[in-house]
Design a protein. Structure first.
Length: 178
């Protein structure tokens, strides 16, 4: 790790502004889980390879376990909790429920967040585009067919107008970390 002196960092997480005085190299995932009690993003590999920690940074899927807090200063972060809840799920969350696209559920955070970003840029993706968008999210339980079905279902729900404005809507730009 680099410089451990505290830095003043401001983030907007799920629509609320938060200010931190923490070392800039603190992993975003640690802040989300430990300081903000967001349990959607999971600690998986710690290397940014499994996708369990995926969040949206300014609408772009990003791996929170490898992003330093200083790298997202002033940015908008959306977590699974920022999409919806049990009483009012986001259409992607509802589609994953409808398609029973879970077994252990550990990968679902990344799958759902990546799907939200995909459908914000492409409301009618092909199966190949879905697979490509989810390629970096590992699932070891074997629910791949159900996950593809859930993404297709979510696209239908969103196109039908059952969706509210997505936090990733209109997202463009580069990944959050250069």
């Amino acid at each position: 790790m680099g410089d451990r002196s505290a830095a003043a960092i401001t983030l907007t997480v799920d629509g609320a502004v938060h200010r931190f005085s923490l070392p800039a190299d603190t992993p975003l995932l640690a802040v989300l889980r430990n300081d903000l009690s967001r349990n959607g993003p999971k600690y998986g590999c710690g290397l940014g390879e499994c996708g369990a920690c995926t969040v949206l940074v300014d609408g772009i899927p990003a791996r929170a376990c490898v992003i330093p807090l200083g790298g997202v200063d002033g940015r908008s972060i959306t977590t699974l909790e920022g999409l919806g809840n049990a009483a009012a799920p986001h259409p992607v969350q509802q589609a994953f429920i409808d398609a029973q696209a879970a077994q252990c559920g550990y990968c679902l955070n990344g799958m759902i967040m990546s799907t939200v970003a995909l459908l914000a840029r492409n409301p009618d993706p092909s199966d190949a585009q879905i697979r490509s968008a989810l390629a970096g999210n590992l699932c070891r339980c074997g629910t791949h067919l159900e996950i593809i079905a859930a993404v297709r279902r979510a696209a239908v729900l969103i196109r039908a107008g059952t969706a509210t404005t997505s936090p990733a809507a209109g997202a463009t730009g580069t990944p959050p970390i250069a």
